[in-house]
Write a protein that binds this ligand. Sequence first.
Ligand code: FAD
Length: 399
Amino acid sequence: MVLNDKNNRFFDVIIVGGGPSGLHTASFLADSGLSVALFEKNSEIGKDVVCSGVISKEAFSRYDLPEEAIVGRLKKADLFSPKGICLKYSHPEEAVVVVDRHIFDKKLAEIAINKGAEIFLDTEISSISVNDEYVKAFIKTKEGKNEVNAKICVIATGINYHLQTSLGLGRPKKIVKGIQVETRLEQIKHLRMYWGNRFSTSFFGWAIPLIDGRTRIGVMTEGDALNSIKNIMSDIGHSQDASSEQIKPKRRGIAFGTIKRSYADRIIVVGEAAGFIKTTTGGGIYYGLLSAEMASEVIKEAFHTGKFHANTLSRYEKLWKGTLGKEIKYGEYFNKLFSKLGDNSLDQLFNAAIQDNLLTHVTNNGKFDWHKDTIVKIIKSPNLRRVLWNRLRDGRIEI
Ligand SMILES: Cc1cc2nc3c(=O)[nH]c(=O)nc-3n(C[C@H](O)[C@H](O)[C@H](O)COP(=O)(O)OP(=O)(O)OC[C@H]3O[C@@H](n4cnc5c(N)ncnc54)[C@H](O)[C@@H]3O)c2cc1C
């Protein structure tokens, strides 16, 4: 759709950002009969997204997600310590799939359009202003500038935070570096995850096999991302250097920690823009979809009562805190503790995990999207706790 279609139009809802969170919100709201306009600054939905695309089957069974986007299925994982101690994980059934984000996001857009949402590409919202009666969004396109009005605005801009910061809602606590390459590597048969200084500072690296023989190699780190990905590639025997022309790693930040406030008068923030990311793994698609559902419920209620002020919309924050709040917080504590461990301590923790039979617990009780209980179990398991306690007592937690 082009800009002129909507000059001076007044929508019920405007959504800024055409990623999974914004598109899913558009579907929910258009489905309930509201007039919805979604604005995406890029010329195509899902194009050049940097993401490994790992999503749980739980997400697929909760929502009508596009099966045709699935390019990988994961049941087994090898988890490597810095020295190469390997924990082998195998889930009794396929709990996780990998999607092609270009196809995935495009299909979500089709679903939203079929439900009645209008999607405007190549259209950036440069600023937003709110008054007692409506919210005004200022539009920038190749053709020029314009404005559009609505009763309420949903910010779903991913790691672009200028709209919400201009409204005083803040930004996630920090942005961690993400980097990824996709390459042909037939020898990788199941998911591999790598911990230790060579592979990541504070987080981990990964190699994800796709059905067609390609592999997504990536890193989430607070250190040197390019060096980390080079180390993983050389460890798994990739013949090309990550900096070579053919490979071209793609980079993108990953939000860590939620924003100060996810609502204001006539405004709601969803998805990664609000910091809804698993603080353990950096996965944000499912939490974004869940936040879209919760936001839509509160927005529909607002239309029902005709009240769009902050105190009405505050229910959204109560809802997501009830579902995601502790998960995100526990992940933050966990990361704080484990990011201080040096390679030796990490190796010892891997050995302790083997002695404590932690993988059996994770296989039987762990859930791909919900990590709070697993974190508690890890921290309470006897050998693991002894390693951590010894490190803390001796002041030998290596920073
Ligand atoms: C290397 C890497 C690997 C990852 N792997 C996984 C994974 O395996 N599984 C997982 O669940 N998550 C993963 N993630 C995270 C995941 O990609 C994000 O959490 C997810 O895309 C967030 O969705 P979103 O809709 O909230 O935001 P986004 O997908 O970022 O969408 C935001 C959209 O808003 C648009 N936009 C921004 N500002 C404006 C504006 N002013 N006007 C108009 N449009 C605007 C952007 O162009 C963008 O299209 C990974 C991230 C990285 C970096």
